[in-house]
Design a protein around this ligand. Structure first.
Ligand code: SF4
Length: 325
């Protein structure tokens, strides 16, 4: 495991190596990850990213964890695509509150070449002009659509792998792992940065987590942003009754991701609302250096801490908000 001593980026991690890293005693794992984190990043800084659902619910996909899938009875209110001005107002408030990244999410299977996509392109352009890192998560993309987003000023595109290839079809049947990778390829080819991570607590094994981390860290270029999510158990979804993810599992995932992809931003994502300050502090110590926030105190449709609570946490931990480079 060479990353510990040298500023080397590797793309040839074996499952056995990753397993060895992941299964170390947790204090040793966190210690190594914290060392690597300090070699590549300004310690004590966290990027705030505002996530806005610009089109909510009614999605035709069957992702077993998702409250926005139309087929599950989750009681989530379906909302049509937002107006551009309302989105830009939200982006301005996010910027004033300290966010340097603004991510717009639409519950679509894929992007269609229609008036809604044209509206999203206008939103991307507007947020880009505010000087924010603008990100979108809109489902599958063609090469041409990725190019249009890039031309509009898109900085990053989020498309998660969710789990290992082997476990993926237990969670999602309406599209394949290869289609996920294909969209990521289109994003890269268009010159847009990649935001790609996964979720733990879906009923997967440790081996599945290790294989997902292997896939991410063996991509020709590491995703510049890697969200690590704990399952948010949404009533009405098939995974609603699974147990809460133990925080040490999140710490292990974050620390391993930090060691495998030292240069990436590791985003402590869904699951924070069930963690106290101490638990989140361990995640920051393990190498997480970004969190999501939103005005609605939800992460899309699941709970997320209030911005005020986050501010108090950052102050208590001595964490500073990352400024735009
Ligand atoms: S995760 Fe995305 S694609 Fe899957 S059901 Fe939810 S909104 Fe649709």
């Amino acid at each position: 495991m060479k990353n510990k001593e040298s500023k080397e980026i590797r793309h040839d991690w074996s499952a056995m190596e990753v397993q060895h890293i992941y299964n170390q005693p947790v204090l040793e794992l966190v210690y190594q990850a914290a060392q690597v984190h300090r070699m590549w990043h300004e310690p004590g800084t966290v990027q705030l990213c505002t996530l806005l659902s610009i089109k909510t619910g009614g999605c035709p996909e069957d992702c077993a964890y998702c409250g926005q899938a139309a087929r599950y009875h989750t009681g989530i209110q379906v909302k049509a695509l937002m107006d551009k001005e309302a989105v830009l107002d939200c982006a301005r408030r996010a910027q004033a509150a300290g966010s340097t990244r603004f991510c717009m999410a639409a519950a679509w299977r894929e992007v269609r070449d229609n008036a809604d996509f044209d509206r999203v392109l206008e939103m991307v352009k507007g947020v880009h002009e505010l000087g924010l890192e603008v990100c979108c998560t809109l489902g599958m993309l063609t090469e041409r659509q990725a190019n249009r987003l890039q031309q509009a000023g898109l900085f990053a595109y989020n498309h998660n792998l969710d789990s290992s290839e082997a476990y993926y079809e237990q969670i999602i049947q309406t599209r394949s792992y290869d289609q996920r990778l294909e969209t990521l390829g289109h994003v890269r080819q268009a010159g847009i940065l990649v935001c790609c991570g996964g979720i733990i607590g879906l009923g997967e094994t440790i081996e599945d987590r290790i294989h997902m981390l292997c896939t991410l860290s063996n991509l020709p270029e590491h995703p510049e942003s890697v969200p690590i999510n704990a399952l948010a158990r949404v009533p009405g979804t098939p995974l609603a009754d699974l147990p809460r993810v133990d925080t040490w599992e999140m710490v292990r995932m974050i620390a391993t991701a930090r060691l495998l992809m030292p240069q990436s931003m590791i985003r402590l994502s869904a699951g924070r609302s069930e963690m106290n300050t101490l638990e989140q502090a361990w995640c920051f110590m393990a190498g997480a250096n970004a969190v999501f926030t939103s005005e609605s105190e939800t992460l899309l449709v699941t709970p997320n801490p209030k911005l005020e609570e986050d501010r108090m946490m950052f102050e208590k931990l001595g964490l500073k908000l990352l400024k735009k480079p």
